[in-house]
Design a protein around this ligand. Sequence first.
Ligand code: ADE
Length: 432
Amino acid sequence: MSPATGAVASAAPGEESPAGTVLLGRYELGGLLGRGASAKVYLARDLLTGESVAIKSFPNPRASGGAEEGRRPAAIEREAAILRRLRHRHVVRLHEILATRKKVHFVLDLAAGGELFSLVDASGRMTEDLARHYFRQLISAVRYCHARGVFHRDIKPENLLLDEAGALKVADFGLGAVADGGNLRHTLCGTPAYVAPEILSRKGYDPAKVDIWSCGVVLFVLAAGYLPFNDASLVNMYRKIYAGKFRCPSWFSPALRDLLRRVLHPNPDARIDADGIVAHPWFCDGASDEELARLMVGGHEEAWFKPEFKEDMAREMTAFDILSFSPGSDLSALFGAGPGKERVFVSEPAADVLSRVEAAGRKEGYRVRREGKRGTGPVYLEEESGGIVAKVSVFKLADAVCVVEVVKGDGAEAALFWTERLQPAVKPPVLS
Ligand code: ADE
């Protein structure tokens, strides 16, 4: 989506501005922030909370004439499915989706700080330290997306925005893809100067490696002020990309040169991956292990979604789990497990508890999703936008003796749902 925010763009001549329109009684549209091939992004205000948001509006492809005008329904649904999967400090988050007869609107985090590129100096670059600061945030986001099976496929400066606090936000997953069981992709994607050589050879590519390449081009541009592979002729530019030959400017440190040689490696099999980048001396330089670990997590909610975490939660609780839940073997720690988390002992089968949890979620209008094969969950209760209200897992201690663990979603709604509906469902009052 280009240009991004910072300044509000004006509507094209003859184009009607929707500023002042209130969508579904909730979001008041403001100025145009940017436009892409198939969507426009507007500043908007949530009349309920007073918060500013960004609204990305597509022509509704289900409206008559929509298919020719805008994107296919599948493309919008794919972008929505991708955004719903992602909840990370450095990724623009989808709050909800609204649809009217003519339009589909994604309500998104507002990146109020404009494009990352607004931070370059008069010579078009930033210091190596500042480039490292933002590259770390970029890799944190990309690594998270890849772990969730999501690939951006169009990482470039226009899609790297800043929030009001100056933190990086990766935006626009309109060309994104989700993992499809390891098949190589053939779709031609991306922006010429940022495109990886294997895309040009059309032999199929691994989208994770393509994203890493584009991150390398972004890093080079931030620190150099110009592109690593460039030519007035597109064919010559592609030749240079294909050969993977570039020259670093004299001011690049040896460690940065070394990292870039590994990231911009023309052979995808020899290219460094996100984990390799995180371990590289240039990337780590000046940061403590704790800072790097915090950066790589990106937010407490991430752990919920890690496949290995889900797998963990699906198994029965062992004696080891009980001890690690309650340091010093003090079993009282099993009750009320700290911020955002609750643990409750119940003396009934896991299936009964989870059925009540599911019923409570449905009654409130949440989407209910049960995972795991052993009937112990977790059960996810989700808002329409994909935001998680609660995740409930049951650990079986013995037949009909369980610990129910509830991880609550953020915000007042999730807290209220816990006290009003979920807690009584997890542990119904004992009738005398
Ligand atoms: N341009 C594209 N997406 C945006 C967003 N989420 N916030 C601000 N400007 C944008």
